[in-house]
Ligand binder design. Structure first.
Ligand SMILES: *Cc1c(COP(=O)(O)O)cnc(C)c1O
Length: 407
């Protein structure tokens, strides 16, 4: 990291003056505690930190999960697992999806566990294990209904026989994934638990005692539908994100991220003044407007035009007109001054929009809004109310020439 980067990161630790995401690592640890208490007694916990920990920061969330005793981390891509290893995280990591990557050999060398869910993936894993000169530890993925990844229940028996005969592969677990656990009472969940139970029984009949058996996600844990298991996996609820409106994170959970910015300009607009691109908002009286440097290129969804709000000085300020790429304008800003602190996303307790509020306004869900927070928004990590680390993915991203990459 260059000196100038260090300097600008130090000034963002002062924590005013730019658009930033504040990540409360104590809230993250707290939520994991709540989920553990809801999981079956003695079950291990896999903290799912894929997709940059749903926008909350892969490395800091991974380190925190390790430090509070989570037994496993779950990621979606090999590169995420390798980044965690580079950051000193040494607990088991499962790549829960197909391990398509040019770095499969490195992953096996560094003890990353892989999901075996199709024969082409198993072949890649075997070749990489041979190249690594090591055995690849796998969890067999059973497809109980999503048609996404995994061996179908009727293939399990034969799959285990074939995998057992492969010296490059060690079977360490069996797992599956619910399609509809966020809809309480939805029929597929019971059927999926039954299919998974039968698949686990077949693995045992084939003479393999899997060390880890896991099925439930956040919604499964919250609704108490976990199936036969000695581990649960959770992503969304660890960040205080509700799996769905019907399966909310109740008051025991705390939001982990808040997004903040600063007022860059205040102006007084006359009656019938068009605001932002295409003037889709026109003032209905004299109105004070405030400009905030956050836009859809930071991850603020464009459909919040004329719908969302920010909190400034404890009051809601409605978004006026279109969300621009880099800036957004709010109204009702009579008592607002340039330089004031702005809450873009936060807790309903202080009047701010939560990710749960934003999802429906943007025709999507809370998970997508959080994971789309862009690399140019610095993350500031807090513990005991104090900043402990800063990460700016845009500052630290390296572009390598093809020659360097080949070397
Ligand atoms: C993303 C994912 C999870 C975590 O799901 P949440 O709903 O965020 O708890 C668990 N298991 C698998 C296989 C996943 O892909």
């Amino acid at each position: 990291m260059t000196d100038s980067t260090t300097l600008s990161l130090a000034s963002s630790l002062e924590s005013v003056g730019e658009t930033r995401a504040i990540i409360d690592l104590d809230a993250y640890a707290h939520n994991i505690g709540v989920l553990r208490a809801s999981a079956p007694e003695g079950a291990a916990f896999m903290a799912v930190v894929k997709a940059d920990a749903y926008g909350h920061g892969l490395v800091e969330c991974g380190r925190t999960a390790q430090s509070i005793g989570c037994e496993w981390l779950g990621v979606a891509r090999i590169v995420e697992a390798l980044r965690l290893r580079d950051a000193g995280v040494d607990i088991p990591i499962l790549v829960v999806g197909p391990p398509v990557s040019t770095e499969l050999t490195a992953a096996i060398q560094r003890g990353v566990t892989l999901a075996a869910g199709s024969w082409s993936m198993v072949e890649r894993i075997r070749e990489a294990a041979k190249a690594a000169g090591a055995t690849a530890r796998v969890h067999i993925k059973v497809d109980v209904g999503m048609r996404r990844y995994g061996f179908l229940p009727e293939e399990i028996s034969a799959a285990v026989q074939r995998l057992k005969a492969m010296p490059e592969i060690e079977i360490d677990g069996v797992f599956s994934h619910f399609s509809s656990a966020d809809e309480p009472g939805a029929e597929p969940t019971g059927a999926q638990i039954a299919l998974f139970s039968a698949a686990v029984a077949e693995v045992r009949e084939a003479g393999i005692e899997p060390r880890w058996v896991h099925l439930a996600n956040s919604a499964g844990i919250i609704t108490g539908r976990v199936g036969p298991t000695n581990m649960v996996r959770s992503g969304a609820a660890t960040y205080g994100l509700s799996p769905s409106p019907e399966v909310p994170c109740d008051e025991r959970f705390q939001p982990v991220m808040s997004v903040r910015s600063v007022v860059a300009r205040v102006s007084q607009a006359p009656l019938d003044c068009g605001v932002s691109y295409n003037c889709i908002y026109r003032t209905t009286a004299d109105e004070m407007l405030a400009t905030i440097p956050i836009g859809y290129a930071d991850g603020l969804p464009r459909p919040l035009a004329n719908q969302g709000w920010f909190v400034i000085g404890g009051q809601r300020r409605p978004i006026r007109g279109r969300v621009c790429m880099d800036q957004t304008i709010v109204g009702d800003a009579d008592d607002v001054s340039e330089g004031d602190e702005v809450i873009i996303v936060g807790s309903n307790a202080n009047g701010a929009m939560s990710f749960e509020d934003i999802g429906p306004m943007a025709a999507t869900n809370n998970y997508e809004v959080a994971t789309r927070l862009m690399a140019r928004v610095p993350r500031i990590y807090m513990r005991n109310g104090e900043p402990v680390a800063v990460e700016h993915l845009l500052h630290d991203a390296a572009v390598r020439s093809v020659e360097t990459a080949r070397a």
